[in-house]
Design a binder for this molecule. Structure first.
Ligand SMILES: Nc1ncnc2c1ncn2[C@@H]1O[C@H](COP(=O)(O)OP(=O)(O)O)[C@@H](O)[C@H]1O
Ligand SMILES: [Mg+2]
Length: 291
């Protein structure tokens, strides 16, 4: 029995010019929503494009439900939905008729079946009331959800979504999250983001990618539990400098909240670890080496 889901082993990629974007990535993604979190330049898009078979790695292995993706890319392509970063402009075309055309291109030649699928897709992304409107009039959040509808044509087994929430307002982001969570109930959904909140309450598991390497992997709960009793915080007045050994720091209405990892220091109080602490901890090689 082959292993279900997406499995990545030792994936490497160095671009011409010498940038090593993937330095041996291992990933195992089961059905559900999986988060790939990392700063700009970490290699997220390179990994996503490689998994979508849009580009070739230098080395490594990828399987979907046990089938070798690099040897047989069509197996994956037939089961892949990829959220286009940019949906081209289709002046005057309604969402419904664009979906209808794209479904036709994917081989849905029966008009009645196509209509059922388009209805289902619009409902899935909460655009049933807006299908008649021109795509050109959609808001940023609606466009992102419409992109998901396009990616879902043909009921993919694997949905890859690269940095979809940038620029969405909180209500749109929540609505987008709910759509993804729903899809994750029966497909493998891989979501990349540099926004910690995107994965915090949404993903069943996540990886943190930095400099082409996975530096942390697990459920949000397990990753936070590893830092139990080791995270401290203090609020300092605005004019005071942030200590050099701070894990991270953020502005508050009255000053700066400084977060520390490791042993308690004078004046600091214990803090329940949050995913943002996990993220900064994982990105700090001196801390992870000492852990
Ligand atoms: N086509 C390319 N040619 C050369 N370097 C690239 C190319 N695409 C990405 N890179 C470099 O590879 C690294 C990883 O980029 P990318 O995969 O886009 O990361 P992320 O999506 O996490 O921001 C970066 O240093 C980036 O500049
Ligand atoms: Mg990217």
């Amino acid at each position: 029995m082959s292993e279900p889901g997406l499995k990545v082993t030792g994936l490497t990629k160095t671009y011409k010019g010498g940038v090593q974007a993937l330095a041996g990535v291992d990933l195992s993604v089961q059905p559900g929503l999986y988060g790939l979190l990392g700063p700009n330049g970490a290699g997220k898009s390179t990994l996503m494009r490689t998994l979508a078979t849009l580009q070739q790695p230098d080395g490594g292995r990828v399987t979907l439900d046990g089938v070798d993706v690099l040897a047989d890319p069509d197996h994956l392509r037939q089961r892949l939905g990829y959220l286009p970063q940019q949906i081209g402009s289709y002046p005057g075309v309604s969402g419904r008729s664009l979906l209808d055309r794209l479904a036709w291109l994917k081989g849905r030649t029966d008009k009645q079946i196509r209509k059922q699928e388009v209805d289902m897709l619009l409902e899935r992304v909460n655009l049933e009331a807006d299908g008649h409107r021109a795509v050109a009039t959609y808001s940023g959040g609606m466009l992102r959800r419409f992109g998901i509808a396009i990616a879902l044509i043909g009921s993919p087994r694997l949905l890859i979504v690269d940095e979809p929430t940038a620029g969405l307002d909180p209500a749109e982001r929540n609505r987008f999250h709910r759509v993804l969570a729903e899809i994750g109930s029966d497909a493998v959904v891989l979501l990349s983001t540099h926004i910690v909140e995107d994965v915090e309450n949404l993903c069943t598991r996540l990886s943190i990618l930095n400099d082409g390497r996975i530096v942390a992997e697990g459920t949000p709960e397990d990753l936070k539990a590893k830092l139990d009793g080791r995270i401290w915080e203090i609020e300092v007045p605005r004019h005071e400098p942030v200590p050099d050994d701070a894990l991270h720091a953020s502005a508050t209405p009255h000053g700066t909240r400084v977060i520390l990892a490791g042993a308690q220091q004078a004046g600091y109080t214990a803090r329940e670890p949050r995913l943002e602490d996990v993220y900064h901890f994982a990105l700090n090689p001196s801390l992870t080496a000492a852990a």
